[in-house]
Design a protein around this ligand. Structure first.
Ligand SMILES: C[S@@+](CC[C@H](N)C(=O)[O-])C[C@H]1O[C@@H](n2cnc3c(N)ncnc32)[C@H](O)[C@@H]1O
Ligand SMILES: [Zn+2]
Length: 169
């Protein structure tokens, strides 16, 4: 008997699996072809203020600067260390095949930026926002090991200019 499966059900189940990654620790890998633009997984977890997030210890005591936090557009943070799902294992890449976005229901979805083949590791650009001077120590702590030919060497996003964002003239 032929049974139709909706695209939302993943046309054959979940599109991803968690396993060891060559980039770092655990990663998330495509288990089938994923079409460009397809929503793959929601980034779930409890929602907390930035003030609370700033007081939290590192999520992995053996790995300082390890984070399960995702900054939302409204300034709050998703802490995937509590009620998080597989999305928290997605690593950073400087040549990402995925992109996170907030949908109109306020959920963070991880979507495909291009066609992704079975076996490829899923990754998005973390563009981490860290206050303070970008010292050598800080840059070393946020070093990127994505292995992309044009890796920028860091999981950090662009630095804010001193004194806040520059106003357009
Ligand atoms: C949300 S976790 C991703 C899952 C992680 N691989 C693990 O096993 O816990 C984010 C952490 O993974 C590591 N990580 C992710 N992408 C990386 C990359 N491109 N280079 C180096 N470390 C990375 C960093 O320690 C980062 O804080
Ligand atoms: Zn990189």
């Amino acid at each position: 008997m032929h049974v139709q499966v909706s695209q939302a059900a993943g046309a054959g189940g979940r599109a991803y699996a968690v396993r060891r990654s060559p980039i770092h620790g655990r990663g998330v890998f495509a288990t089938r072809t994923i079409a460009r633009g397809e929503d793959i997984v929601e980034y779930r977890g409890r929602r907390i203020s930035m003030e609370v997030a700033d007081t939290m210890p590192d999520s992995d005591p053996d790995n300082p600067y390890h984070t399960f936090l995702f900054e939302l557009n409204d300034g709050r943070v998703i802490d995937a260390g509590v009620r998080g799902n597989a999305a928290r294992w997605i690593n950073h890449s400087c040549a990402p095949n995925c992109v996170p976005y907030e949908d109109d229901r306020g959920r963070v979805m991880i979507a495909a930026r291009r066609t992704i083949r079975a076996g490829e590791e899923l990754a998005y650009d973390y563009r981490l926002n860290v206050e303070g001077r970008r010292t050598k120590k800080l840059l070393a702590a946020y070093r990127c090991r994505c292995g992309a030919p044009r890796c920028r060497g860091s999981r950090l996003g662009p630095a804010e200019p001193a004194g806040g964002r520059r106003r357009p003239r």
